[in-house]
Ligand binder design. Structure first.
Ligand code: GDP
Ligand code: MG
Ligand code: ZN
Length: 377
């Protein structure tokens, strides 16, 4: 606890010191992207990122995803010295619920958007660290949004949607049946996690419904690529203890299509949660708000899980076709051996990737998935 206090004081001092300096922050995420991806690094980078490197405003004009990464201060008529640290639990329309040491507050995002003079989406998302000044009962004003250590995003109606931020682990949840396993969807989530420098874990749920031997070949392919993968059943409890150990004390995001058992798994890991099961998403019934409402939930044993209901389809954001092969670990050893340097590995002659598929070095299903993602489907 005293450790926590120290950190807060430090941040507060930094906050005062930098409030008017309006320095530009280094591109933290880029620098991070070059580094080692192990979990310890993820954790230590978080500590570094909290220290005084921030910018007054996000870059709004650029078309690059940087705009969702830099911290910024908000110019509002409140006593910024009274600000306390908080974390965004969830965002509902123009209101956001923020957890602080003094309890939960509801904050309006309207003020934030006004301050930024933009209709920028994703101004705050579940997992964001912020500073707020408590106002009326249960109401507070956001005066600062900290830089995001990392974030997971997708394309939604042609625009970027940031789903959640400041994450250690991405639990890519799929069910082996009901709904049927969609390996290509898992590959998409793997790319999104890799791009965001978030350690992925593939979680195959509902193994009680099948003979485990039937999914071994599939598991083997991802396993050989070095992706951690666990077979579980929320219904029987199989594999839950292992999962509980993996998520303990960390901040994870659970992704996966509706119905695969995300809420059931959360309940199995932490029975105090009592998440609603078999309930399809938070989507507005009129279908206007098809955006995902992610929610940051504390585990009873420490750490958090971000539940992301309602992701039916996962379109990657800001991945150009030429970039896709770089995210396929199994293709990478071959892509530089093709005859044409700009080979798309689809129709070309003397394509080392196609040869590797024919020779059994690359799994056919992974190759098909690569072609699908590369073509922008
Ligand atoms: N047989 C079986 N059914 C499960 C399992 N986990 C979840 N379900 C069922 O799958 C349905 C969807 O579960 P839910 O947790 O709401 O999925 P979510 O949409 O991903 O949160 C519910 O009817 C659950 O009872 C499992 O391990 N085995
Ligand atoms: Mg659910
Ligand atoms: Zn090729």
């Amino acid at each position: 606890m005293s450790k926590k206090k120290n950190k807060q004081n430090k941040v507060r001092t930094e906050f005062r010191k930098n409030y008017d300096s309006r320095r530009r922050k280094n591109d933290f995420t880029k620098e991070f992207g070059d580094g080692d991806k192990n979990l310890d690094d993820l954790a230590s980078q978080e500590r570094v990122s909290g220290k005084g490197r921030w910018t007054r405003k996000r870059t709004i004009s650029g078309d690059h995803s940087d705009e969702t990464q830099s911290g910024f201060d908000v110019t509002l008529q409140v006593d910024a010295n009274a600000a306390i640290e908080g974390r965004v639990l969830r965002v509902h329309g123009l209101s956001t619920i923020i957890h602080t040491a003094q309890g939960e507050f509801e904050c309006s995002i309207r003020g934030l958007l006004k301050s930024l003079a933009t209709d920028l989406q994703n101004v705050v998302v579940a997992g964001d660290w912020v500073r707020v000044v408590p106002a009326a009962e249960n109401q507070a004003v956001v005066v600062r949004v900290e830089s995001r250590r990392n974030f997971i995003n997708r394309t939604s109606r042609g625009r970027q949607q940031v789903i959640a931020s400041n994450i250690d682990l991405a639990l890519i949840v799929a069910s082996v049946q009901e709904p049927a396993l969609k390996p290509n969807l898992i590959d998409r989530f793997l790319i999104a996690a890799e791009k965001a420098n978030i350690q992925p874990i593939i979680v195959l749920n509902k193994v009680d419904l099948i003979d485990p031997a039937t999914i071994q070949p599939l598991i083997g392919v991802w396993g050989q690529l070095g992706y951690p993968i666990v077979s579980v059943s929320a219904a029987t409890g199989l594999g839950i203890e292992r999962l509980r150990e993996l998520v303990a004390g960390r901040d994870s995001v659970a992704t996966g299509q509706s119905g695969v058992g995300k809420s059931s798994l959360l309940n199995a890991i932490d029975p105090t949660l009592k998440r609603r099961v078999g309930h399809v998403s938070d989507d507005n019934s009129k279908g206007r708000h098809t955006t995902t409402t992610a929610e940051l939930i504390p585990w009873i044993g420490g750490g958090h899980i971000i539940d992301t209901p309602g992701i039916r389809q996962f379109q990657l954001w800001d991945v150009i076709p030429e970039e896709v092969e770089g995210y396929f670990r199994d293709l990478r050893p071959f892509t530089h051996q093709c005859r044409y340097p700009d080979c798309t590995h689809s129709h070309e002659e003397d394509c080392a990737v196609k040869d590797a598929v024919a020779d059994g070095w690359i799994d056919v299903r992974r190759y098909d998935g690569f072609l699908q993602i590369r073509s922008g489907e």
